[in-house]
Design a protein around this ligand. Structure first.
Ligand code: SF4
Ligand code: SF4
Length: 151
């Protein structure tokens, strides 16, 4: 694993500034999304493991986050749970050590974490097929698709 890249991600997410106040956990939507929610997948849990030098790139808990940024918004120290988890996922994809994500049906870039996708599909299960098809696209392709349809 590229240790320098991992350290850059931790530094730019400012994980070393964490004072363990727990505000990010209180703001994180995952507690309401997943029946198996645990401190292990919470922003504070992931940050703690990052500080302890755990192998988070191979940790399945990094794939539940929605990248909503809510924990970052309330953090008094400017720690970004979203940027940390996004960076860890990028390394996991680059190093091909996870199967917890889907590829965009259009551009074929890896884009969506499977636990979050499963949650959204369950919530939208009564929607028509063409609405659910949109979930097969990454955000960039969804935007392009929308703009082409509405041009
Ligand atoms: S809100 Fe910020 S300082 Fe508090 S536990 Fe979360 S990351 Fe650490
Ligand atoms: S970015 Fe991820 S970890 Fe942070 S609050 Fe949102 S869902 Fe939770």
């Amino acid at each position: 694993m590229n240790a320098d890249k991992l350290d850059d991600i931790k530094r730019s997410a400012n994980v070393y500034g964490c004072v363990e106040c727990g505000r990010c956990v209180a703001a994180c939507p995952m507690v309401d999304m997943y029946v198996n929610f645990s401190i292990e997948m919470s922003p504070r849990g992931v940050i703690k493991k990052a500080l302890m030098g755990d192998d988070l790139v191979r940790d399945g808990n990094i794939w539940y986050c929605t990248e909503c940024n809510a924990g970052t918004d309330v953090c008094p120290q400017g720690v970004s749970c979203r940027d940390l988890i996004r960076g860890l996922r990028q390394i996991a994809v680059e190093e091909d050590v996870s199967t917890n994500f889907n590829y965009c049906a259009s551009c074929h870039n890896p884009f969506v974490p499977l636990p979050a996708e499963t949650f959204v599909r369950k919530r939208l299960k009564s929607e028509p097929e063409n609405v659910l098809d949109v979930l097969n696209l990454c955000p960039a392709c969804r935007r392009e698709n929308y703009m082409m349809r509405n041009a």
